[in-house]
Every structure is written in C-alpha cells, then in structure tokens.
Design a protein around this ligand. Structure first.
Ligand SMILES: O=C(O)C(=O)C[C@]1(C(=O)O)C=C[C@@H](O)C=C1
Length: 311
C-alpha cells in the first residue's frame, strides 16, 4: 500500500476516545503534532535571535573571544532540564536534544572543534562526543590525551575530551595543564549521571582557562609525590577521587586529585593524609575545576513527577 493510501486508511480509523468520550480522528491529532512542531521550530528560531543579542552584550562587556562555552551555566541548565522532565519521552532523548541545542548555539557564537582521545576506546568516546556536542561541531580524533591537550593549547577556543578514569597507558597528561596559561579542566561530563546513561563515559573537558562562567565546586589538583605506596593510595581513597601514574623515579607518582570545595576534606587534608602514609609531596598545582557530580535518580524523579492519587 502506498503511503498516501496508508495514511487515509489510518486516519479513517477513529483514534482513542477523547476524555470527553468523543472519538478523535488521527488527522486531528496529527494537526496538533504539526502545530506543536511548528511552535517548537519557531521557538528555536526565537532562541537564535536571543543568542544574537547575548553575543552583542558579551562583546560590549569585553568577554573573551575564544570560546562561548560557559561551564557553570551549562551544568545548571542540564540539571534543570533533567529535573523538570516528565512523560513518556525518554530522558536520554531530552538530554541529547538539549546537549545538541546548547553545543550548537555555543558553536554559532564562536566556532570551535572538539578534540577527543580515542585511545581508551573509539566507539565509546565518539558516542560521548557526539552526544554532548552533536554533529555540527567538528570532531577531531587523537590517540592519547597528550595530543588532545596540545591541540587545545594551540587553538583559539577548542575543547578537548579526555577520560576521567585510569586506563593503561594514558600517562600523566594533566601535568601539561600546570602552567598559568596552559589549558585547564573546565567541566566533567556527563553533567547529569545515571545508571545506563547512553553516553555515560566519564570525561574531563579541557579548554583555555575560563575567566567568565567557571564553576569551582570541585577543584582538580596535579600532585607530584615521592613514596607512593599501596598504603598511600588507601589513605587517599576515602578522601578524593584520584588518578595515579608512575612518575620520576622508582616510587614517584603523578596524581590528579578531584577535591570538592567547601566540604570537610580540602587540599590540606589530602596532603596531610599523604604525608601520614609516608609519602612526600613535591608539588601541588591547581589544574582546573568543574561542577559537582550530579546524579539523577529515576525513582526520586518519578515520585516527584507523578502526583499521588487522592482519596
Ligand atoms: O548563556 C550563555 O552565556 C550562552 O552563551 C548561551 C548558551 C545556550 O545556548 O544556552 C550557550 C553556550 C553556553 O555554554 C551556555 C549557554
């Protein structure tokens, strides 16, 4: 059956009855869908116009020309979007749609590329990059985080994605972030974590230091220690998330420690724990910051979204 005939047969079938008891024709519902699609499209066009005005305001305030990415704003938008969602459209879809909207509006303000380290697994890193940045933003593949950091350092406003987990052979790439003008960690993705996230690979997003819109809920510190032992690793485990790789000499290690700001544990606590375990700390450099990890729980959301039956 051709599509037109198919549509006619379908639309001649009465759809599920309306709550008033009257059957509703499919064509009526499709007209509603067209109306909603047109309204959504018009809103996106209106959003573009607001972005034009936002660019003017940023320019008039002398904002940096490099990148339009504002980590604090994006983290808070993604939390709001996920928290208000309800209905049968999967959350993964909603999050993906807004990641593409926001990343593309970032791109139209100031073009950038995303450099990604594929060394720990090409498929997962590609999925993650496309989920968070869409297909309009150019994707540049690298084999190793060091190449990603170098590419970001040499660019005007590009972003880099590197694994936020320990993987064999990754090396202490974060030591290249130590200089004052070197790139820094500015975000950790996904902004909203949950079980079965379709692009759940934990990655750090790297960029030139952000002076406008940085978020400092978690600081990332590059530490060089001597006397790195299993005991030292155990002492740090409850205090901070740590990536560690061998560095300079037999028992030396380069660490990347993520330490929440304003909590019970600060950099001093971490350094004291290292010293108490017999390690000595040769240097500590702040190499970035990002929003706190934010976890979405479907059960908590469901109990919030579905009103309890009364009576
Ligand atoms: O709020 C801004 O500063 C914007 O540039 C707008 C916008 C968006 O599209 O909503 C785009 C890029 C930023 O990373 C954050 C948000």
């Amino acid at each position: 059956m051709d599509k037109k005939a198919d549509a006619q047969v379908e639309s001649s079938q009465p759809a599920a009855p309306h709550p008033t008891g009257q059957p509703v024709d499919l064509s009526v519902l499709r007209a509603e869908i067209d109306r909603i699609d047109a309204a959504m499209h018009a809103l996106l066009i209106e959003r573009s116009e607001i972005i034009d005005r936002l660019v003017e305001v940023k320019r008039s305030r002398g904002a940096e020309a490099g990148s339009a990415f504002r980590p604090a704003r994006e983290a808070s938008m993604m939390r709001m979007i996920v928290d208000r969602h309800r209905g049968i459209l999967p959350l993964d879809t909603v999050e993906g749609i807004w990641r593409v909207i926001i990343s593309t509006f970032t791109y139209v303000q100031a073009p950038y590329a995303v450099h990604a380290d594929l060394a720990t697994g090409e498929a997962a890193m590609r999925d993650t990059t496309r989920f968070h940045f869409g297909f309009t933003v150019p994707f540049v593949a690298h084999m190793g985080a060091t190449g990603v950091v170098a590419a970001v350092a040499g660019s005007k406003g590009d972003l880099g994605l590197v694994p936020a987990f320990a993987a064999p052979g990754t090396g202490a790439w974060w030591t290249a972030l130590e200089g004052e003008n070197a790139p820094k960690i500015i975000a950790r993705l996904p902004f909203v974590e949950r079980a079965d996230h379709p692009a759940g690979l934990p990655v750090f997003c790297i960029a030139h230091p952000v002076t406008d819109g940085a978020v400092t809920e978690v600081e990332t510190w590059s530490l060089h220690v001597a006397g790195w032992t299993a005991q030292a690793a155990r002492a740090l485990a409850p205090l901070a998330e740590v990536l560690a790789v061998p560095d300079r000499g037999l028992d030396g290690a380069a660490l990347l420690a993520s330490i929440p700001v304003g909590g019970d544990v600060g950099l001093e606590t971490v350094l004291a724990a290292l010293r108490a375990s017999g390690a000595s700390v040769r240097s500590a450099a702040l190499v970035g910051s990002h929003a706190s990890r934010y976890t979405h729980s479907p059960l908590a959301a469901a109990s919030k979204a579905i009103p309890l039956a009364r009576g």
